[in-house]
Design a protein around this ligand. Structure first.
Ligand code: ADP
Ligand code: ADP
Length: 233
C-alpha cells in the first residue's frame, strides 16, 4: 500500500456564510521511497494539502490513509499522536527554539514522545551527525548560518524516524548554493529510503525531486516523473 492514499479529497473552509473550496476532489497516491515536489500558484491549495498530509488539518470529505491508518476516522488526540510518530516537518523559516542549542532542539520531538534522556541525547547526536552537524551540537540557532539552521531542523524532523518527511518551501529563505546543499541532504535521505514531500515555488528546486505535482484551483492538474533530474553533488 502507498504511504499516502488520497481519494476525492475535499477541503472547504467556512468563514461566516462564505465557503472557500481549497481542495476540490484530489486523488493522490505517494509510495514508499517517493520524492515529490508540489508546485502551483499562490492560493492553489498547496499549503492546505500539506496541512492535510501532515494531519494538522482535517479534510471535509474523501478518503485519506497515512501508513494504512484511516485518518478521516481519527480524533484530534489521535492525530496529534500520529503527527509525532509518523511525520517530520521542515519549514521555510526553520522554526527552531532560539535560546536552545542544536542538540536540544533536535531532542524535542523525543521529549514529547517520552523517550528517556540518555537515549534522547544519543539519537539527537546521531541525527545531527547524519546531516553533517556533529561539530555544532551546542551552538544556538543565532550562532549558525541559515543552511546550518535548516540542517538542524531536518535533523529534528528525522529523529523520530518518521514514515514521511514534509517540507514547506525548505529553501525559500536560502541562497542558491545553500539551497542545493539542502537538496543534496534530501536526495541522500531519499536514496536511503525516506519518503519526502516538499512544496516549492522554484522549478529548479523541483527538478531535484523524482516527481512533480502541480496544483491549480484546488486540483491536481499535472503529475509526472521528472525527466531530466538534477543531482546535487
Ligand atoms: P497555496 O498554499 O497554494 O497558496 P492555500 O492552501 O494556502 O494555497 O489556499 C487555498 C485556498 O484556501 C485559498 O483561497 C486560501 O485563501 C484559502 N485558505 C487557506 N487557508 C485557509 C484558512 N485557514 N481559512 C480560510 N481559507 C483558507
Ligand atoms: P502560503 O501560500 O505561504 O500558505 P497563505 O497566505 O496562503 O500563504 O497562508 C498563510 C496562512 O494563512 C496559512 O496558515 C493559511 O492556512 C492561512 N490562510 C490563507 N488564506 C486564508 C483565508 N482566506 N482566511 C484565513 N486564513 C487563511
Amino acid at each position: 500500500n502507498p504511504v499516502i492514499g488520497i481519494k476525492n479529497l475535499k477541503k472547504i473552509y467556512r468563514i461566516g456564510d462564505q465557503e472557500i473550496h481549497a481542495l476540490r476532489g484530489v486523488n493522490l497516491d505517494i509510495g514508499k521511497g517517493d520524492f515529490v515536489a508540489i508546485m502551483g500558484p499562490s492560493g492553489s491549495g498547496k499549503s492546505t494539502m500539506m496541512n492535510v498530509i501532515g494531519c494538522l488539518d482535517k479534510p471535509t470529505s474523501g478518503e485519506f490513509f497515512l501508513d494504512d491508518v484511516p485518518i478521516m476516522e481519527a480524533h484530534d488526540d489521535e492525530l496529534a499522536l500520529i503527527r509525532n510518530q509518523k511525520i517530520g516537518f521542515v519549514f521555510q523559516s526553520f522554526n527552531l527554539l532560539p535560546r536552545t542549542t542544536a542538540v536540544e532542539n533536535v531532542e524535542l520531538p523525543l521529549l514529547y514522545a517520552g523517550v528517556p534522556a540518555k537515549e534522547r541525547r544519543e539519537r539527537a547526536i546521531a541525527a545531527l551527525e547524519s546531516v553533517g552537524l556533529g561539530n555544532r551540537l551546542n551552538n544556538k540557532p543565532n550562532e549558525l548560518s541559515g543552511g546550518q539552521q535548516q540542517r538542524v531542523s531536518i535533523a529534528r524532523a528525522l529523529v523520530n524516524n518518521p514514515v514521511i518527511l514534509l517540507a514547506d518551501e525548505p529553501t525559500g529563505a536560502l541562497d542558491t548554493k545553500t539551497s542545493i546543499e539542502i537538496m543534496q541532504i534530501f536526495q541522500q535521505l531519499n536514496q536511503s529510503g525516506k519518503t519526502i514531500v516538499l512544496v516549492t515555488h522554484e522549478p529548479d528546486i523541483a527538478e531535484y525531486a523524482k516527481r512533480n505535482i502541480h496544483f491549480r484551483d484546488g486540483q491536481v492538474v499535472a503529475d509526472e516523473q521528472v525527466k531530466e533530474r538534477r543531482w546535487a553533488n
